[in-house]
Design a protein around this ligand. Structure first.
Ligand SMILES: [Zn+2]
Length: 375
Protein backbone atom coordinates (compact mmCIF):
# COMPACT_ATOMS: atom_id res chain seq x y z
CA UNK A 1 0.00 0.00 0.00
CA UNK A 2 1.33 3.40 -0.87
CA UNK A 3 -1.29 5.22 1.24
CA UNK A 4 1.31 7.01 3.30
CA UNK A 5 3.03 8.33 0.20
CA UNK A 6 -0.29 9.60 -1.10
CA UNK A 7 -1.00 11.20 2.27
CA UNK A 8 2.38 12.91 2.12
CA UNK A 9 1.41 14.24 -1.32
CA UNK A 10 -1.71 15.79 0.15
CA UNK A 11 0.33 17.37 2.92
CA UNK A 12 2.88 18.73 0.46
CA UNK A 13 0.09 20.09 -1.69
CA UNK A 14 -1.38 21.91 1.34
CA UNK A 15 2.03 23.43 2.08
CA UNK A 16 2.51 24.46 -1.54
CA UNK A 17 -0.94 25.98 -2.01
CA UNK A 18 -0.72 27.92 1.22
CA UNK A 19 2.73 29.20 0.34
CA UNK A 20 1.66 30.39 -3.10
CA UNK A 21 -1.36 32.05 -1.61
CA UNK A 22 0.81 33.89 0.88
CA UNK A 23 3.18 35.11 -1.83
CA UNK A 24 0.31 36.46 -3.88
CA UNK A 25 -1.61 37.99 -1.00
CA UNK A 26 0.93 39.84 1.14
CA UNK A 27 1.56 36.98 3.48
CA UNK A 28 -2.08 36.20 4.10
CA UNK A 29 -2.79 32.53 4.57
CA UNK A 30 -5.46 30.58 2.84
CA UNK A 31 -8.78 30.34 4.59
CA UNK A 32 -9.92 27.05 6.06
CA UNK A 33 -12.69 26.57 3.52
CA UNK A 34 -10.67 27.57 0.48
CA UNK A 35 -7.86 25.24 1.36
CA UNK A 36 -10.28 22.46 2.22
CA UNK A 37 -12.06 22.59 -1.10
CA UNK A 38 -8.78 22.97 -2.98
CA UNK A 39 -7.32 19.71 -1.66
CA UNK A 40 -10.58 17.80 -1.82
CA UNK A 41 -10.23 14.91 -4.26
CA UNK A 42 -6.61 15.86 -4.84
CA UNK A 43 -5.54 12.30 -5.39
CA UNK A 44 -6.71 8.73 -5.26
CA UNK A 45 -7.05 8.54 -1.50
CA UNK A 46 -10.53 8.38 -0.10
CA UNK A 47 -11.96 11.81 0.62
CA UNK A 48 -11.92 11.03 4.36
CA UNK A 49 -8.20 10.32 4.31
CA UNK A 50 -7.53 13.57 2.49
CA UNK A 51 -9.70 15.50 4.89
CA UNK A 52 -7.72 14.11 7.86
CA UNK A 53 -4.39 15.22 6.37
CA UNK A 54 -5.83 18.64 5.67
CA UNK A 55 -7.05 18.93 9.27
CA UNK A 56 -3.62 17.96 10.57
CA UNK A 57 -2.07 20.66 8.42
CA UNK A 58 -4.58 23.22 9.53
CA UNK A 59 -4.06 22.40 13.19
CA UNK A 60 -0.31 22.56 12.95
CA UNK A 61 -0.64 25.96 11.26
CA UNK A 62 -2.90 27.14 14.05
CA UNK A 63 -0.54 25.76 16.71
CA UNK A 64 2.26 27.74 15.12
CA UNK A 65 0.33 31.00 15.32
CA UNK A 66 -0.67 30.35 18.91
CA UNK A 67 2.93 29.64 19.77
CA UNK A 68 4.05 32.92 18.17
CA UNK A 69 1.31 34.85 19.94
CA UNK A 70 2.22 33.33 23.28
CA UNK A 71 5.75 34.71 22.77
CA UNK A 72 7.58 31.66 23.90
CA UNK A 73 11.32 31.83 24.27
CA UNK A 74 11.88 30.36 20.84
CA UNK A 75 8.75 31.62 19.12
CA UNK A 76 10.79 33.71 16.68
CA UNK A 77 12.24 30.54 15.24
CA UNK A 78 8.85 28.90 14.69
CA UNK A 79 8.24 28.45 11.00
CA UNK A 80 5.51 27.26 8.76
CA UNK A 81 5.78 23.62 7.84
CA UNK A 82 7.74 23.76 4.62
CA UNK A 83 9.73 20.57 4.18
CA UNK A 84 8.20 18.23 1.64
CA UNK A 85 7.32 14.95 3.27
CA UNK A 86 7.85 11.57 1.71
CA UNK A 87 5.50 9.71 4.01
CA UNK A 88 2.62 10.83 6.13
CA UNK A 89 0.53 8.60 8.37
CA UNK A 90 -2.80 7.92 6.76
CA UNK A 91 -5.75 8.30 9.11
CA UNK A 92 -9.28 7.01 9.09
CA UNK A 93 -11.88 8.54 11.37
CA UNK A 94 -14.79 6.56 12.77
CA UNK A 95 -16.94 7.25 9.71
CA UNK A 96 -14.44 5.56 7.43
CA UNK A 97 -14.12 2.46 9.60
CA UNK A 98 -16.41 -0.55 9.80
CA UNK A 99 -15.81 -3.07 12.51
CA UNK A 100 -16.98 -6.62 12.87
CA UNK A 101 -16.24 -7.52 16.48
CA UNK A 102 -17.18 -11.16 16.13
CA UNK A 103 -14.67 -11.75 13.40
CA UNK A 104 -12.14 -9.27 14.76
CA UNK A 105 -12.23 -7.52 11.45
CA UNK A 106 -11.58 -3.88 10.62
CA UNK A 107 -12.63 -2.53 7.26
CA UNK A 108 -10.87 0.63 6.19
CA UNK A 109 -12.47 2.69 3.45
CA UNK A 110 -10.26 2.62 0.39
CA UNK A 111 -9.69 5.16 -2.27
CA UNK A 112 -12.13 5.82 -5.01
CA UNK A 113 -11.35 5.08 -8.59
CA UNK A 114 -11.23 8.04 -10.87
CA UNK A 115 -10.16 11.44 -9.68
CA UNK A 116 -13.10 13.55 -8.70
CA UNK A 117 -14.59 10.88 -6.53
CA UNK A 118 -17.27 9.93 -9.00
CA UNK A 119 -15.82 6.56 -9.71
CA UNK A 120 -16.67 3.32 -8.01
CA UNK A 121 -15.57 2.65 -4.48
CA UNK A 122 -12.92 0.03 -4.25
CA UNK A 123 -13.57 -2.73 -1.76
CA UNK A 124 -12.27 -1.74 1.67
CA UNK A 125 -9.00 -2.96 3.11
CA UNK A 126 -9.63 -5.73 5.60
CA UNK A 127 -7.45 -6.16 8.66
CA UNK A 128 -7.78 -8.68 11.44
CA UNK A 129 -6.93 -8.38 15.11
CA UNK A 130 -7.26 -10.79 18.02
CA UNK A 131 -8.93 -8.27 20.27
CA UNK A 132 -10.50 -4.97 19.39
CA UNK A 133 -11.44 -2.20 21.78
CA UNK A 134 -14.92 -0.71 21.78
CA UNK A 135 -15.52 2.94 20.86
CA UNK A 136 -12.85 3.25 18.19
CA UNK A 137 -12.44 6.89 17.19
CA UNK A 138 -9.56 6.86 14.78
CA UNK A 139 -7.12 4.52 13.11
CA UNK A 140 -3.71 5.57 11.89
CA UNK A 141 -1.47 3.69 9.49
CA UNK A 142 2.11 4.07 10.60
CA UNK A 143 5.47 2.62 9.85
CA UNK A 144 7.39 1.04 12.71
CA UNK A 145 9.39 -1.82 11.32
CA UNK A 146 6.60 -2.67 8.94
CA UNK A 147 3.19 -1.14 8.55
CA UNK A 148 1.12 -1.09 11.73
CA UNK A 149 -2.29 0.21 12.60
CA UNK A 150 -2.56 2.46 15.66
CA UNK A 151 -6.04 2.42 17.13
CA UNK A 152 -7.37 5.35 19.14
CA UNK A 153 -10.41 4.60 21.24
CA UNK A 154 -12.44 6.10 24.04
CA UNK A 155 -12.29 4.33 27.35
CA UNK A 156 -15.75 3.52 28.57
CA UNK A 157 -16.74 4.85 31.96
CA UNK A 158 -16.56 1.91 34.31
CA UNK A 159 -17.02 3.41 37.76
CA UNK A 160 -19.29 1.08 39.69
CA UNK A 161 -19.95 1.01 43.38
CA UNK A 162 -16.59 1.43 45.04
CA UNK A 163 -15.51 -1.01 47.74
CA UNK A 164 -14.83 0.14 51.29
CA UNK A 165 -11.77 -1.96 52.03
CA UNK A 166 -8.24 -0.57 52.07
CA UNK A 167 -5.04 -2.14 50.81
CA UNK A 168 -1.38 -1.24 50.55
CA UNK A 169 1.29 -2.01 47.99
CA UNK A 170 4.95 -2.70 48.47
CA UNK A 171 6.73 -2.32 45.15
CA UNK A 172 9.76 -4.50 44.73
CA UNK A 173 12.22 -5.82 42.27
CA UNK A 174 11.78 -9.55 42.70
CA UNK A 175 8.09 -9.25 43.43
CA UNK A 176 6.73 -6.37 41.41
CA UNK A 177 3.68 -5.97 43.62
CA UNK A 178 3.10 -7.27 47.14
CA UNK A 179 -0.16 -6.17 48.69
CA UNK A 180 -2.38 -6.83 51.67
CA UNK A 181 -5.80 -5.51 52.63
CA UNK A 182 -7.45 -4.80 55.98
CA UNK A 183 -8.93 -8.32 56.02
CA UNK A 184 -5.53 -9.90 55.62
CA UNK A 185 -5.91 -10.93 51.98
CA UNK A 186 -2.42 -10.84 50.53
CA UNK A 187 -1.27 -11.04 46.94
CA UNK A 188 2.22 -11.34 45.54
CA UNK A 189 2.78 -10.74 41.84
CA UNK A 190 6.23 -11.76 40.79
CA UNK A 191 8.27 -9.66 38.42
CA UNK A 192 10.50 -12.44 37.22
CA UNK A 193 9.36 -12.06 33.65
CA UNK A 194 10.01 -8.33 33.66
CA UNK A 195 13.46 -8.89 35.07
CA UNK A 196 14.41 -11.45 32.49
CA UNK A 197 13.28 -9.19 29.64
CA UNK A 198 15.40 -6.41 31.06
CA UNK A 199 18.45 -8.54 31.68
CA UNK A 200 18.39 -9.87 28.16
CA UNK A 201 17.91 -6.38 26.83
CA UNK A 202 20.85 -4.98 28.79
CA UNK A 203 23.08 -7.85 27.76
CA UNK A 204 22.26 -7.51 24.07
CA UNK A 205 22.51 -3.73 24.20
CA UNK A 206 25.94 -4.00 25.79
CA UNK A 207 27.13 -6.34 23.05
CA UNK A 208 25.84 -4.09 20.27
CA UNK A 209 27.29 -0.96 21.84
CA UNK A 210 30.73 -2.44 22.25
CA UNK A 211 30.65 -3.68 18.67
CA UNK A 212 29.59 -0.25 17.50
CA UNK A 213 32.33 1.46 19.48
CA UNK A 214 34.87 -0.37 17.33
CA UNK A 215 33.48 1.19 14.15
CA UNK A 216 34.18 4.63 12.77
CA UNK A 217 31.40 7.03 13.55
CA UNK A 218 29.16 7.61 10.54
CA UNK A 219 30.31 4.51 8.68
CA UNK A 220 27.79 2.08 7.25
CA UNK A 221 28.67 -0.52 9.82
CA UNK A 222 28.21 2.03 12.61
CA UNK A 223 24.81 2.96 11.26
CA UNK A 224 23.88 -0.68 11.03
CA UNK A 225 24.60 -1.16 14.74
CA UNK A 226 22.75 2.04 15.63
CA UNK A 227 19.73 0.73 13.81
CA UNK A 228 19.98 -2.61 15.55
CA UNK A 229 20.16 -0.83 18.93
CA UNK A 230 17.09 1.20 18.10
CA UNK A 231 15.16 -1.87 17.00
CA UNK A 232 16.16 -3.81 20.09
CA UNK A 233 15.00 -0.98 22.33
CA UNK A 234 11.74 -0.70 20.44
CA UNK A 235 10.98 -4.40 20.65
CA UNK A 236 11.89 -4.77 24.33
CA UNK A 237 10.02 -1.63 25.34
CA UNK A 238 6.95 -3.18 23.77
CA UNK A 239 7.49 -6.39 25.73
CA UNK A 240 8.05 -4.52 28.98
CA UNK A 241 4.91 -2.47 28.49
CA UNK A 242 2.96 -5.62 27.78
CA UNK A 243 4.28 -7.29 30.94
CA UNK A 244 3.40 -4.24 33.04
CA UNK A 245 -0.10 -4.27 31.57
CA UNK A 246 -0.54 -7.89 32.61
CA UNK A 247 0.85 -7.31 36.11
CA UNK A 248 -1.40 -4.31 36.76
CA UNK A 249 -4.41 -6.14 35.34
CA UNK A 250 -3.87 -8.95 37.88
CA UNK A 251 -3.78 -6.38 40.64
CA UNK A 252 -6.96 -4.71 39.40
CA UNK A 253 -8.73 -8.07 39.60
CA UNK A 254 -7.51 -8.50 43.18
CA UNK A 255 -8.92 -5.06 44.11
CA UNK A 256 -12.28 -5.78 42.51
CA UNK A 257 -12.53 -9.22 44.13
CA UNK A 258 -11.81 -7.82 47.58
CA UNK A 259 -13.96 -4.66 47.29
CA UNK A 260 -11.01 -2.35 47.72
CA UNK A 261 -11.62 1.38 47.46
CA UNK A 262 -8.27 2.84 48.52
CA UNK A 263 -4.72 1.67 47.88
CA UNK A 264 -1.70 3.13 49.68
CA UNK A 265 1.66 2.79 48.02
CA UNK A 266 5.15 3.80 49.08
CA UNK A 267 6.81 6.84 47.61
CA UNK A 268 9.53 5.13 45.60
CA UNK A 269 10.83 8.41 44.21
CA UNK A 270 12.18 9.46 47.58
CA UNK A 271 13.63 6.00 48.14
CA UNK A 272 15.63 6.11 44.92
CA UNK A 273 16.74 9.67 45.47
CA UNK A 274 18.05 9.05 48.95
CA UNK A 275 20.10 6.09 47.79
CA UNK A 276 22.10 8.22 45.37
CA UNK A 277 25.54 8.90 46.67
CA UNK A 278 25.10 6.57 49.58
CA UNK A 279 24.95 3.39 47.60
CA UNK A 280 27.35 2.41 44.86
CA UNK A 281 26.41 3.75 41.47
CA UNK A 282 25.30 0.48 39.94
CA UNK A 283 23.03 -0.24 42.87
CA UNK A 284 21.30 3.12 42.61
CA UNK A 285 20.87 2.59 38.91
CA UNK A 286 19.21 -0.73 39.50
CA UNK A 287 16.52 0.88 41.61
CA UNK A 288 15.82 3.84 39.38
CA UNK A 289 15.96 1.76 36.26
CA UNK A 290 13.28 -0.41 37.66
CA UNK A 291 9.89 0.31 36.19
CA UNK A 292 8.11 1.29 39.37
CA UNK A 293 7.06 4.52 37.74
CA UNK A 294 5.53 2.62 34.87
CA UNK A 295 3.73 0.24 37.21
CA UNK A 296 2.26 2.96 39.44
CA UNK A 297 1.19 4.97 36.42
CA UNK A 298 -0.64 2.05 34.87
CA UNK A 299 -2.11 1.06 38.21
CA UNK A 300 -3.48 4.55 38.61
CA UNK A 301 -4.97 4.49 35.12
CA UNK A 302 -6.62 1.15 35.64
CA UNK A 303 -7.81 1.56 39.24
CA UNK A 304 -9.10 5.10 38.78
CA UNK A 305 -11.40 3.93 36.05
CA UNK A 306 -13.13 1.84 38.70
CA UNK A 307 -13.14 4.66 41.22
CA UNK A 308 -10.34 3.11 43.30
CA UNK A 309 -8.02 5.73 44.77
CA UNK A 310 -4.25 5.39 44.75
CA UNK A 311 -2.61 7.30 47.60
CA UNK A 312 1.13 7.91 47.63
CA UNK A 313 2.62 7.81 51.12
CA UNK A 314 6.05 8.19 52.70
CA UNK A 315 7.73 5.00 53.87
CA UNK A 316 9.33 4.96 57.29
CA UNK A 317 11.25 1.78 58.06
CA UNK A 318 8.40 -0.15 56.47
CA UNK A 319 10.69 -3.00 55.54
CA UNK A 320 12.28 -3.18 59.00
CA UNK A 321 9.52 -2.65 61.55
CA UNK A 322 8.02 -5.72 63.21
CA UNK A 323 4.20 -5.62 62.76
CA UNK A 324 3.80 -7.39 66.13
CA UNK A 325 6.13 -5.61 68.58
CA UNK A 326 7.40 -2.63 66.60
CA UNK A 327 11.08 -3.46 66.95
CA UNK A 328 13.36 -2.68 64.01
CA UNK A 329 15.18 -5.55 62.35
CA UNK A 330 17.13 -5.55 59.13
CA UNK A 331 15.91 -8.48 57.07
CA UNK A 332 18.85 -10.44 55.75
CA UNK A 333 17.03 -12.86 53.48
CA UNK A 334 13.67 -13.11 51.77
CA UNK A 335 12.26 -13.89 55.19
CA UNK A 336 11.82 -11.39 57.95
CA UNK A 337 12.27 -12.49 61.54
CA UNK A 338 12.09 -10.58 64.80
CA UNK A 339 13.54 -11.28 68.23
CA UNK A 340 9.97 -11.60 69.51
CA UNK A 341 9.55 -14.71 67.39
CA UNK A 342 7.56 -13.12 64.59
CA UNK A 343 8.47 -14.36 61.13
CA UNK A 344 7.03 -13.30 57.84
CA UNK A 345 7.65 -12.95 54.14
CA UNK A 346 9.81 -9.86 53.79
CA UNK A 347 7.71 -8.01 51.20
CA UNK A 348 4.51 -8.73 53.09
CA UNK A 349 6.03 -7.03 56.16
CA UNK A 350 6.55 -3.94 54.02
CA UNK A 351 2.96 -4.02 52.80
CA UNK A 352 1.56 -4.60 56.31
CA UNK A 353 3.48 -1.61 57.69
CA UNK A 354 2.40 0.70 54.88
CA UNK A 355 -1.19 -0.33 55.56
CA UNK A 356 -1.05 0.01 59.36
CA UNK A 357 0.83 3.31 59.23
CA UNK A 358 -1.68 4.93 56.90
CA UNK A 359 -5.04 3.23 57.25
CA UNK A 360 -5.09 2.94 61.05
CA UNK A 361 -5.38 -0.83 60.85
CA UNK A 362 -3.49 -3.34 62.97
CA UNK A 363 -2.94 -6.22 60.62
CA UNK A 364 -0.28 -8.63 61.88
CA UNK A 365 -0.27 -11.41 59.34
CA UNK A 366 -2.09 -12.56 56.26
CA UNK A 367 -5.21 -14.72 56.28
CA UNK A 368 -4.89 -15.74 52.67
CA UNK A 369 -2.05 -15.45 50.21
CA UNK A 370 -2.07 -15.59 46.43
CA UNK A 371 1.11 -15.95 44.47
CA UNK A 372 0.75 -14.94 40.84
CA UNK A 373 3.07 -14.71 37.89
CA UNK A 374 2.47 -13.52 34.39
CA UNK A 375 2.88 -15.82 31.45
ZN1 LIG B 1 8.72 -8.40 66.90
Amino acid sequence: MNCNELSADVWNYCVQLDKEHQEQNNGKQMKFKDLQSAVKNYNDLSSKNIQMVFLKYFHSRKAMWLSIKAKHERSSTVKMPYKPKKFFNTMWDYQAIRIDYERGEIKLAKRQLGIGGYGKHQPPVRCYAKTLPQNIVEIELLYRRGLKLAIKYKEPDLIQSVGENVASIDLGEIHSITSIDNNGNAIIITGRKLRSIKRLRDKELGKLRSKRSKCTKGSNQYKKYSRAIYNLKYETDKKILDAVHKITKLYLDYCLNNQIGTVYYGDVDSATRSTKGRVKAHNGQKLSEWSHGLITLQLENKLNRYGIQMVKVKEYYTSQKCPLCGNLNKPTSRNYSCTCGYTQHRDIVGAINILNDNAGTSVERYESKMYLRIA
